[in-house]
Design a protein around this ligand. Structure first.
Ligand SMILES: *Cc1c(COP(=O)(O)O)cnc(C)c1O
Length: 393
């Protein structure tokens, strides 16, 4: 769906080079950029100060606006996604809320895919109605069902693959349908990363990321980013970014630039390990279902990440399985070097509603797995012993 494998290889080589090299030389010829850990920037004269304020010169004024270290991260992600500009945030949710609120106003209707990220769902169910914005949910795999809801809508909010059950959507067809109705599109690309999916090339207007996941890759940063056409980023800069104040810190910007250097290497390993583990699980009698895009021929992605889910068969105890895991640790989030397991039953019992897992009908037998950078054979051995333990009466 996304072109032949040869052109994909050439492109990922270009991506790797772009991530290894910085556009601008750093002070003292430092190979690694400095962390510009400053709140404000000073000027030699009123004239110079005025030039920054009136926009004649694009120099940073204050780090709630622009910061040079954060800008390196923004420029790299924009280039990777093919966006004209990008804006980094203190979290993925900062990026999502600032992007959505820059688009919608009172009286608008949003169409959103089912199995959207749980906190995006809470934003749509709790905050947007207070602002006079309604949200409708639709199975994103059903193009006709989406088409029926588009006339008169303001925004189509997409995630592919979706959270928890990893449905892959035809972003190109969805973007075209939305464009035909004058509906803006936002797609969450955290799972695929810009290496495995480039939504802007498929016609999507804005791409959002939780950079806390694969982009940082080391489970030590919470961050987000939005990229797309300059006009859309300008509207975020005009309406939400400076006032909601969810700016990224310079040090986290630096950690993200550092993490991005190895993104192509890490994603190659995640892809291979994730597929190996998923295929093994698919052949295990205790596993009823494996939800991993790599196991479907029509996923349409340039590659597959290593976050997927399984449903344990009847007679297997989810708690016994999870508690028996040794290499897979129990935790939320994903995209770091370490393997993680998250049982859906914990999310289904979360006290603070609204609850997307309940509302979209996720099974209590489901366990989400993130395959980290450990040896796949060791991970398989760990899953094998835990499944054996969960099967015992
Ligand atoms: C984690 C996640 C987010 C939220 O990102 P934070 O950095 O935790 O705010 C958004 N979308 C998806 C798909 C995620 O998995």
């Amino acid at each position: 769906m996304n072109g032949n494998p040869d052109s994909n290889n050439t492109r990922s080589a270009a991506d790797a080079t772009l991530l290894a090299h910085d556009d601008e030389a750093h002070p003292w010829g430092a190979v690694s950029p400095p962390v510009v850990q400053t709140s404000l920037f000073t000027y030699p004269s009123v004239a110079a100060m005025r030039a920054s304020y009136d926009g004649t010169e694009r120099k940073p004024i204050y780090s709630r606006g622009d910061n040079p270290t954060v800008q390196i991260f923004e420029v790299k992600v924009a280039a990777l996604e093919g966006g004209e500009a990008a804006r980094a945030f203190a979290s993925g949710m900062g990026a999502i809320s600032s992007a959505v609120l820059s688009v919608v106003e009172s009286g608008d209707r949003v169409v959103c895919v089912e199995h959207v990220y749980p906190d995006a769902y809470r934003l749509f169910q709790k905050l947007l109605p207070r602002l006079g914005v309604t949200v409708e949910y639709v199975d994103g795999r059903n193009l006709n069902a989406v088409r029926e809801r588009l006339p008169g809508a303001r925004l189509l909010y997409l995630e592919s693959p979706t959270s928890v059950v990893f449905h892959t959507l035809d972003l190109r067809a969805l973007a075209a349908a939305a464009r035909a109705e004058g509906v803006m599109t936002i797609a969450d690309n955290s799972w695929a990363t810009p290496l495995f999916q480039k939504p802007l090339e498929l016609g999507i207007d804005l791409v959002v990321h939780s950079a806390s996941k694969y982009l940082s890759g080391h489970s030590d940063v919470v961050a987000g980013i939005v990229t797309g056409a300059q006009a859309h980023i300008d509207r975020i800069n005009d309406l939400t970014y400076p006032y909601l104040g969810a700016k990224l810190s310079p040090f986290e910007g630096w950690l993200l630039v550092r993490g991005l250097r190895t993104l192509p290497l890490r994603m190659r390993q995640h892809m291979q390990g994730g597929q190996e583990v998923a295929r093994w699980l698919q052949g295990h009698p205790g596993v009823a279902r494996v939800h991993h895009p790599a196991l479907r021929d029509d996923h349409g992605l340039l590659g597959c990440a290593s976050l997927f889910s399984i449903e344990l068969g009847n007679g297997l105890d989810v708690v016994r399985f999870c508690d028996a895991l040794k290499l897979f640790r129990l935790g939320v989030s994903w995209g770091g070097y370490e393997s993680l397991a998250f049982p859906a039953m914990v999310g289904l019992q979360q006290a603070a509603g609204p609850n997307s897992l309940i509302d979209f009908g996720v099974s209590e037998h489901l366990v989400r797995l993130h395959v980290g950078l450990e040896e796949p054979a060791d991970l398989i051995a760990d899953l094998d012993q835990a499944l054996g333990f969960a099967m015992r009466p």
